[in-house]
Design a protein around this ligand. Sequence first.
Ligand SMILES: [Mg+2]
Length: 169
Amino acid sequence: MRFAPDRIFDSISEITPKMLASLNIKGLILDIDNTMAPRNIALPDALLIRWISVLKEADVRLYIISNNWSARVKLFSQALGVPFIPTGMKPFPFSFLKAVSRMELPKDQIAAVGDQIYTDIVGAHLAGIEAWLVMPIDRDESLSIRFRRHLERPVIEGYRRNRSREASR
Ligand SMILES: [Mg+2]
């Protein structure tokens, strides 16, 4: 099992069509909660709608997988006009594999983006696709998520150490 994300971003807004093109990534599988919006926000805001439309204009294929329940995921995804899989059961790879086949792109041209290592990152890697971590939007999180963050910290610090070592080479 691979816990270390392939890339880390402070926010999804750092992910741009230009950057994706330079990596030959043509599709993104997106998490909702704390990746694109706080958990308690029902609908996407104007900035997020704009980010999605810029990606669509650049022909980036998009798919949403959320572990959240169906009505929340449906409302949010439809507002963005992005196909979705609710109750995704990440880190099991099944939803990722389903999204990959529907996106009709080779696996190495798809990256999954999420805020949690033990669901989003591990699940994407189990499905054989690249996994990108974004720093969670929400600070006000439940205890169980906060506990998981505690477990994630050494993985993120390890990634940052490797990166700075690479940069100083
Ligand atoms: Mg999330």
